[in-house]
Design a protein around this ligand. Structure first.
Ligand code: FES
Length: 93
């Protein structure tokens, strides 16, 4: 599955069983993160297109935020190709 980050246009591959944050890092893309367990919200991004699943039952998002497409990449897996609004992401290469 392919993930594209806006507005940078950076992209990376991800697979089931791997969080978006880990997949981004494996591709040399830094995204803000801290707790890495879905509570601090440092990594919060908004989905532009595609679907994800959160791997923990209660990610630190309100129902409204979820409905608006806000996701926590440290505890989210792709369910297909995605586009994510992640203005703070940058490539370390
Ligand atoms: S890094 Fe803390 S919620 Fe994602």
């Amino acid at each position: 599955m392919r993930v594209r980050l806006e507005p940078s246009g950076l992209g990376f591959e991800t697979e089931a069983g791997t969080t978006l944050l880990k997949s981004a890092e494996a591709a040399g893309i830094e995204m803000p993160s801290s707790c890495r367990n879905g509570t601090c919200r440092t990594c919060i991004c908004q989905l532009v297109s595609g679907a994800i699943r959160h791997v923990i039952e209660w990610p630190g998002l309100s129902a409204d935020e979820k409905a608006e497409g806000w996701i926590l990449p440290c505890v989210a897996e792709a369910q297909g190709d995605l586009t994510i609004d992640a203005p703070k992401a940058f490539s370390v290469f």
